[in-house]
Design a protein around this ligand. Sequence first.
Ligand SMILES: Cc1cc2nc3c(=O)[nH]c(=O)nc-3n(C[C@H](O)[C@H](O)[C@H](O)COP(=O)(O)OP(=O)(O)OC[C@H]3O[C@@H](n4cnc5c(N)ncnc54)[C@H](O)[C@@H]3O)c2cc1C
Length: 407
Amino acid sequence: MSSPAAVDLPSVWQREAAVPATRWGDVRTPTRVDLAIVGGGLMAAWLAYHASARAAGRWTIAVLSDRALADGASGRNAGFVLGGTSELYASLVGQLGRPAARELLALSQTNRQLVRTVLGPDGGRAEYRETGSLYLGASDEGETLANTVRWLVEDGVAAESWPLGRVPSSLRSLGLPHAAFFPEDGAVQPVQLAARLVHQAGRAGVQWYTGARVNAWTAQDEAGVRLAVGGDHVLAERVVLCTNAWLGQLVPALARVVRPTRGQVLATGPVALDYPYPVYADHGYLYWRPRPDGSLVLGGRRDRDVETEATDVLALNPRIQDALTALAARLVGGPATVAHRWAGIMGFTPDHLPLVGPMAPGLWVAGGFSGHGVAMTGAVGDLLAQHLLSGAPLPPSLDPARFYAPA
Ligand SMILES: Cc1cc2nc3c(=O)[nH]c(=O)nc-3n(C[C@H](O)[C@H](O)[C@H](O)COP(=O)(O)OP(=O)(O)OC[C@H]3O[C@@H](n4cnc5c(N)ncnc54)[C@H](O)[C@@H]3O)c2cc1C
């Protein structure tokens, strides 16, 4: 890694935008709410957005975040808005069967529509563009990638197998022999997306608090759930824990299920790339995207130091950052100036699918997005809002009970 001066822990997205909220204790804080959402990331923001719109003034809604809004994974990711889940579609079909895989695929399609609707046709400040995305597969990914393309097309989603000759020449030298293009995918500035949601939900009456660490919850039979927030208490009719990598801190039954996992990212200064779309590669261990300002955001390579990265400590990993710097140079055809480096904490589940559903009377969880939450939280937020308001069903494949025996 170059000089310590080049080390910056806030992401490039956080440096460009902040998401305003009230600090817990600075104003008179609520003691009773209809819905308390714990967390300050995209899951909390989307749920607040949908629940406030669907409840249309009938519910008081408070969002309680220990840190600044979008300071978890949501402000530190790569901003890819992809189809499906974190697995290639053929792997997901192998894991769940076709109908359940199709249900999750549809969720990601809805998610993109929601991002488009919230940000407006030009993507607004969040620079959302549906440029498509390229996947470059390693030598053992050929069959999975070919089946992914075939089954996506059968299920009504655009996908193309690309001969290597169609891959930009700067990428062919990476030695990844299989390529597929997914024309519907896009990428976003995730903090600007969160800011937009917070603003919209704020106008619908949602109260946003930072410095509001929830230390414990207690189900109160008919009365709802009592939350310990710092030294205060809030009684909520219903609570949704959107704490992603940190779900296990509040729900011991999930402590062994959701594993905090760190990811490393860097952003370069302006470089010249001859393609406009995000690229995913090598079993998903590498990803990069050109931004409209000409810079490159590049992350991954966790496979180089899996053990060290199994942590929720926010820090740079020099070994991985060095590997990313070397890759940036290959991608731009010469030394690249690294403008920002950062890390973020993801929450991984054993099957790489999130946990979305009830945990206790009055208490739900939505987290463990396994490195793929930008692509799902919008649609999951709407499903959950409908579930809470009218009992609409949630996808069985995401039920947290698949990992523990409900009492
Ligand atoms: C390096 C990296 C790259 C990624 N790239 C992509 C990508 O390109 N595309 C994609 O789809 N996904 C990507 N992801 C994953 C994506 O960012 C996450 O899945 C998504 O942001 C999850 O949102 P969330 O709101 O569930 O979690 P988070 O954003 O992590 O939010 C959890 C929140 O809970 C709060 N919290 C925790 N405990 C408490 C408590 N006790 N009380 C109050 N608040 C608490 C935290 O402060 C935090 O705000 C990436 C993640 C990382 C780290």
